[in-house]
Design a protein around this ligand. Structure first.
Ligand code: NAP
Length: 309
């Protein structure tokens, strides 16, 4: 892959001071996937502090219950738990259905559920696991909640993306890595590239509505990502990579800013490195691939009739 000067411009901005925001989200309904660990857990701590009504979307109910009871000891807030394994698209549909039945309005949707796998695995839906959890499931979940976001004064969607999109790997004729050698970084890059493309396309389709959608890289932070991989990977991660990573509290701060800052009310279709607005890699901006991946994502998510708000 060729990197242009533009593609590497983000390196200069890395030291930009993070914006913060203390605007309250009290009483706002905030749905967060992947809320049981890492980045997702950090944002729900901030939301709880703010008094937001939180919907934790998680695959592990016991883990979620423990987090909920810890947060409720300190904060006077509402926390709902909806279980959903994003590697099963039917569970994504069920979770969205539960939320739609219970809530008239969703003010903020943050999709943080995600993984990195060193081995190729297929889901029961027939998709490569990382592509499904990171992209297709979050795409489907988002599409199913659009009507509820429309009921908000200003609905905000934030897709937790990654600088890993720069690794590339998106090949529309081989999304399941049947024809190519699978590498974890490139498969991860493919899922995050598809997700940025969806953010840009959806922002465009929602431009005359009250809903914004943006992608963000949460920083290189110490979380459980990669723990699903083998002992060798985990040892290398803890012994080497860990020292270069930051406290995930910065991810929570940045997500809170993106969710609450009044100055971002109309900002949509952007890619943020924490709170710094940046240009994604050139390949993520390719218009032809973007149109094709939109159609393909609809197909893989099983969305047959598209009714935009
Ligand atoms: N950490 C970083 O430096 C970094 C950098 C760039 C981007 N990101 C992105 O940040 C997001 C969060 O990752 P993290 O670093 O916070 O990792 P993490 O600590 O492993 O958290 C991942 C979350 O996703 C959930 N999850 C994983 N597979 C799932 C599935 N099949 N169904 C439902 N939920 C599932 C996990 O649930 P369990 O608690 O049950 O495991 C957990 O809540 C990801 O999208 C990742 O790509 C992270």
């Amino acid at each position: 892959m060729k990197y242009t000067k533009d593609d590497l411009a983000f390196l200069k901005k890395r030291k930009t001071k993070q914006h913060t925001n203390t605007e309250t989200l009290k009483g706002k309904t905030c749905v967060v996937s992947g809320a049981t660990s890492g980045v997702g857990l950090e944002i729900i701590k901030q939301l709880a502090r703010s008094g937001a009504d939180i919907v934790m979307v998680c695959r592990n109910k016991d883990k979620a219950e423990k987090i909920k009871s810890e947060l409720l000891k300190e904060h006077n807030t509402q926390i709902d738990i909806v279980t959903s394994d994003f590697s099963l698209l039917d569970e994504v549909r069920k979770a969205a259905d539960i939320i739609c039945q219970k809530y008239d309005t969703v003010d903020v949707l943050i999709n943080s559920a995600g993984l990195h796998s060193t081995k190729r695995r297929l889901t029961a839906d027939g998709n490569e696991l990382v592509f499904q959890v990171n992209h297709i499931a979050s795409f489907l979940f988002t599409m199913l909640l659009l009507d509820k976001l429309k009921n908000s004064e200003q609905g905000r969607i934030i897709q937790v993306n990654s600088e890993g999109h720069r690794f590339g790997g998106l090949n529309l004729s081989d999304l399941n890595w049947e024809k190519r050698h699978y590498t974890g970084l490139r498969a991860y890059g493919a899922s995050k590239t598809a997700q940025i493309m969806m953010v840009i396309t959806l922002a465009d389709k929602l431009k005359n509505t009250n809903i914004t959608i943006n992608a963000m890289h949460p920083g290189g932070v110490r979380t459980n990502i990669g723990n699903n991989n083998g002992l060798l990977y985990r040892t290398w991660q803890r012994a080497v990579i860990w020292h270069f990573l930051k406290d995930p509290v910065i991810s929570g701060d940045a997500l809170y800013y993106l969710a609450a800052a009044p100055e971002l009310e109309k900002t949509t279709g952007r890619y943020f490195f924490l709170t710094s607005d940046e240009k994604p890699m050139q390949h993520a901006l390719d218009v032809t691939t973007r149109a094709l991946i939109w159609d393909k994502s609809l197909e893989l998510a099983g969305i047959t009739s598209l009714k935009m708000p």
